[in-house]
Design a protein. Sequence first.
Length: 159
Amino acid sequence: MDSTITYILNILVAALLGGAIGLEREFRAKEAGFRTHFLVGLGSALFMILSAHGFDAVVGTPGVRLDPSRIAAQVVSGIGFIGAGTIILQKHAVRGLTTAAGLWVTSAIGMTSGAGMYLLASTATVLVLLCLEGMNVIHRRLHGSQHADADIDEKEEQI
């Protein structure tokens, strides 16, 4: 398969998997929804492709040393910065930790897709969705709260 088509497939898978997580967050009316997760997955995949293949033209040039992991490592730091922006302290409760963690794992899923590891990225997405949805189901059953969907993240994150 042509490498450009492979790269396009990588970013499509990353965007769709990130979007799936974002749809769940959107449904729960959280700070970062479909668009944010879609873009984080897509961008992370692009950076991974760039990191691994973007400098192929200069590989082997005398005096040029490359470390393909450098860009990928910076994505992790950058997503940490974005995640920090979703965390707030409100009335002695921390809100947004689950959203920040969701963005962080969505970035990892995007990078995994960018590396062409679709099964691993898909499995991670399913696990994220099981965690997010599963906790809502468990909370509703244990507490019988009709507001479990809106309150679950806040209750998990209280100090």
